[in-house]
Each structure stands twice: as C-alpha cells, then as structure tokens.
Design a protein around this ligand. Structure first.
Ligand code: C2E
Ligand code: CA
Ligand code: CA
Length: 250
C-alpha cells in the first residue's frame, strides 16, 4: 500500500484568501506501469468491491494527517471523496466514528464529498447513511454539481452543507457566456438554499475575480495550488500569501 498515497489540494476562502481545508486525492505509483490516475482505478475498484478497503484506507490516512496538522496548529479541515457504493454502506457511519473518536477530532473537521449520481443510485439508502453522518456532525458536500443526474427535490431534502460546482463549467466560464450563467446561477441557487458554494477548476486570476464578483464562497484549482504531498502543505501555507489565520510555527 506504500504505492498508494494521498495528495492534498487546498480550498481557499474567496473573501479572506485563507485556506479553510484540503481535499485528499489518491495517487497510485505502480511499480511497472508508473503513475495511474484515479479516474482509471476508482471505477474498477467500485465494480470489484475493492472500494471498501480503499475508502477506509483514505479515511484513515486523511484523518490521521488532519490530526497531525492540528498538532502543528495548522487548523485545516479535511475532505475525502466517497464513491457510490460507499453511500449504500450502512456500516460507513460506524467506521467513521471508530476512526475519529480515539483521536478526539471534531467531526466537523471531516468533510465527505459525494456526487449527485451516487446519491441517485439508491436515494433512500443514501439518505439514511447521509442523515446519520450529518447527525454525527460530519460536513457533507455535493461534488461535480451540475453534470450528474440531478434532482432539485433531493437537493432540498439532503443534509448537505456545501455544493461544489463542477470544473467543466468553471474552466471555460470566462470564454463561454453559458458556462458563466450556469456558474452564477448555481452560486445563487446554493445560497438561496442556505448552502456554501465552492468552485473547482480555478485555473487563473480572471476566474478567481469573476467568482469573487459572483459572491462564491470557496475556490480550489491550479491557480491556487495543485494537489501536493502532505509534507509540503505547511511550507506552502506559510509561503503563500494565503494562510489559515493561525500561526503555523510548531
Ligand atoms: P474530483 O473529486 O472532482 O477531484 C478534482 C480533480 O480535478 C482532481 O483530479 C484534481 O487534481 C483536478 N483538479 C484540481 N484543480 C484543477 C484545475 O484547476 N484544473 C483542472 N483541469 N483540474 C483540476 P484527480 O486527482 O485526478 O482525481 C480525479 C477524480 O478521481 C476525482 O475527481 C475523484 O472523483 C476521484 N478520486 C480521487 N481520489 C479519490 C478517493 O480517494 N476516493 C474516491 N472515491 N475517488 C477519488
Ligand atoms: Ca472531490
Ligand atoms: Ca469534480
């Protein structure tokens, strides 16, 4: 499992410029085949059921890393991606408690990202699992918002705190008027439903400025930082003009 590593990509508050959290993204360095991107191994892992030990590994790594950063007074939240089958797993909330409780981590420091399509595979089961996680205090985010099998009826009912606008709309929003309208409308929709809104795929300053003008809450993307190894984060935060507003001295 040493070939499987989590990289972390910062999420930044568009109003204050502060880093509020990081998203864990899996990296697989294969001995023979070299780097294999997650898009290529997550789907097969879902089909074979390997996604269950894989998600557990990611949760464990991410939660331990989050605690290590907190000990350095680096108070970032940690986000983990869930796949469709994780949302059908009634044992997931118990596993999360088992990982968090002994470390004394505040559950609201853990954020779980899930897609609309994953919820719609079995909305009733997903709703049960998500409701339990929400009751535990875990933060929930809808990922890739706008490209999936969307249901505004479920969006209204789900205990979701944040919507993440898919990067396919954000990347082209300065060149494409329709994308810009979708981004602005999604920000308004999210806010009117009482949710926070994150934009992913923020690749340049022009996109950043437009998102600020639209009142978007958080941003993530190559303009801010690419995903990086855990060890690089403290130096990146203190070197960037960003920061958590908390002393990073250990
Ligand atoms: P995602 O959750 O939507 O993650 C965002 C992807 O966009 C990441 O690709 C990230 O590196 C990339 N990205 C970030 N900023 C930018 C940008 O400004 N421009 C562009 N063009 N791309 C950007 P990555 O790391 O290859 O991950 C791909 C997908 O694999 C993720 O999409 C997620 O669905 C899945 N994935 C990754 N790690 C995990 C995991 O631990 N568990 C599960 N279930 N899925 C994972
Ligand atoms: Ca994600
Ligand atoms: Ca996405």
């Amino acid at each position: 499992q040493r070939h499987l590593r989590l990289y972390y990509q910062p999420k930044v508050d568009l109003k204050t410029g502060q880093v509020t959290g990081v998203e864990g993204l899996l990296r697989w360095q294969h001995a023979q085949h070299g780097f294999i991107p997650p898009d290529q191994f997550i789907a097969p892992a879902e089909q074979t059921g390997l996604i269950f030990p894989l998600t557990r590994f990611v949760l464990e790594e991410a939660i331990q890393q989050c605690c290590a950063w907190h000990r350095m007074a680096l108070n970032v939240c940690i986000a983990v991606n869930l796949s469709a089958r994780n949302l059908q797993d009634p044992d997931l909330p118990r596993q999360v408690t088992e990982l968090i409780a002994p470390l004394g981590l505040d559950p609201c420091c853990l954020e779980l990202e899930l897609t609309e399509s994953a919820i719609m595979m079995n909305p009733t089961r997903a709703m049960e699992v998500l409701t339990r996680l929400h009751e535990m205090g875990v933060a929930l985010t809808i990922d890739d918002f706008g490209i999936g099998y969307s249901s505004l009826a479920y969006l209204k009912k789900l205990p979701i705190g944040t919507i993440k606008i898919d990067k396919s709309f954000v990347l082209g929003m300065m060149a494409n008027e329709n994308d810009r309208v979708i981004v602005r409308s999604t920000i308004d929709l999210g806010h009117n439903l009482g949710k926070k809104v994150v934009a992913e795929g923020v690749e340049n300053q022009a996109i950043w400025d437009q998102l600020v003008a639209f009142g978007c809450d958080l941003a993530q993307g190559y303009h801010i930082s690419r995903p990086m190894p855990a060890a690089d984060l403290p130096a990146w935060i203190s070197q960037s003009s960003l920061g958590t507003g908390v002393s990073t001295a250990s």
